[in-house]
Design a protein around this ligand. Structure first.
Ligand code: GDP
Ligand code: MN
Length: 397
């Protein structure tokens, strides 16, 4: 689950990470109130208005703007709220902006120039350890830095038994070119950031930029936080931060029905029980010349109701040209699944306008095939994996 920037920053701050202060607003009037409050608290006279959507690159899309007065805060908030923000990370139509974060301006002039760094915390799946990835090249596309100047990206791996050690925090600050007070600040920043990552059960932090202000303070100016969904039961307060408006509506509906569904770009919808079988079914579709339109695992209980919900969810995708149902009857018997499919089809027959291929294998597979064949429904039933592939190929041709 992803958090908005303002939510991520508040969470980080609760673990002692210094952040650029901000207040979220949903109307231009609230934005002005927020600006007044920020000036009282921080003394700032300039502000930044930042669109709150789950996508990066907002600055490039016109979703992050500097305001040099409270009047400007009002007019910029008015422009950004309600806009469809297009960034390199959104679709072409963009994302609706429901909220803006009004922040203090932290790029104020002083003894030194403000400097931007990049820092993320994530799991290195090869070593099974958390790592801190960081670079002096903050503020810009880290993908570009990785492509063109990979030697400017550093990694620090963390031993899970020891946690982040002080010498590691010092090394990071040193590699970022810091000394004196800024080095000490960075060490504190890194260690509280890592504590936040572990304690919040996050799977990704990306802070771009981490800023060194002109008076040597180190703070998070942006925050991308992804929480581990499997650990959300331990963090009821974070679970409440979920913003369903930011998520794919079909995925939200599937989730509510207890199905694991991931929307994809292809033309063959698939419904499978078990993640492994779902993966190989997607491979099968690819080999037959199709492209999977989704990943859908109906889990162990493929009864009529779940099959129908699955159907309905798959059919919401207008790109679907065929549906492949591939169920292994282990605990759930194939004839029960077949009954479920027939029943679901009868309930929504008119709504199904694409060919359906059903492969049932396992307990009572033969009985299941008979049930489907004798139902009189326009459903192709097959038993072997290869037959399923051939049928998909045939109906797409
Ligand atoms: P992103 O474009 O979605 O990654 O949004 P960011 O939160 O990273 O903001 C984009 C850019 O806005 C930053 O890289 C900064 O250059 C700029 N920015 C953010 N905060 C301030 C600020 O307080 N003052 C000024 N002058 N610029 C800021
Ligand atoms: Mn950023």
């Amino acid at each position: 689950m992803n958090l908005h920037e303002y939510q991520g920053k508040e969470m980080l701050n609760s673990f002692g990470v210094r952040i650029q202060r901000g207040i979220v607003a949903t109307t231009p009037e609230e934005a002005v109130e927020a600006a007044k409050k920020l000036t009282k608290e921080t003394g700032t006279s300039w502000y930044v208005v930042k669109a709150q959507v789950h996508a990066g690159g907002r600055g490039k899309g016109g979703g992050v703007k500097l305001a040099k007065s409270q009047d400007e805060v009002k007019s910029i908030a008015n422009d950004i709220l309600g806009m469809m923000l297009v960034t390199p990370q959104t679709s072409a139509e963009g994302k609706l902006v429901n909220q803006v974060l009004i922040t203090e301006d932290v790029y104020y002039p002083g003894d030194n120039e403000p400097e931007e760094y990049y820092m993320s915390v994530l799991l290195n799946r090869e070593t099974g350890r958390n790592m801190i990835m960081y670079s002096t090249e903050g503020g810009m596309d880290i993908e570009k830095v990785a492509d063109e100047t990979p030697h400017l990206i550093f990694n620090e791996e963390i031993d899970p038994a020891l946690g982040l050690l002080p010498f590691q925090a010092r090394k990071i600050a040193f590699n970022l070119g810091l000394s004196g007070g800024a080095l000490k600040e960075m060490m504190k920043f890194v260690s509280s950031l890592y504590t936040a990552y572990v304690k919040s059960d996050s799977s990704l932090f990306e802070i771009n930029p981490v800023l060194k202000t002109s008076d040597d303070k180190i703070m998070a100016v942006d925050a991308k936080v992804t929480l581990d969904n499997s650990a959300l039961f331990r963090h009821k307060d974070y679970a409440e931060l979920r913003d369903l408006r930011e998520e794919n509506p079909i995925e939200v509906e599937a989730d509510a029905a207890g199905l694991s569904y991931v929307d994809l770009d292809g033309n063959v919808g698939c419904m499978v029980n078990g993640a492994g079988l779902a993966m190989s079914t997607m491979d099968l579709i690819k080999q037959s010349g199709g492209d999977p339109a989704n990943f859908l695992d109906v889990g162990g209980t493929a009864d009529a109701e779940r099959v129908e919900i699955g159907f309905r969810i798959i059919l919401k995708d207008p790109n679907v040209k065929a549906i492949l149902i591939n169920i292994f009857g282990g605990i759930v018997r194939c004839d029960r699944v077949a009954e479920g499919i027939v029943e679901a089809y009868k309930n929504m027959g008119d709504e199904i306008k694409v060919p359906i291929i059903v492969r049932l294998q396992g307990t009572n597979a033969k009985e299941a095939k008979v049930l489907i064949d004798e139902s009189g429904l326009p459903v192709h039933s097959v038993v072997e994996f290869q037959e399923a592939a051939d049928k998909v190929h045939e109906v797409l041709a």
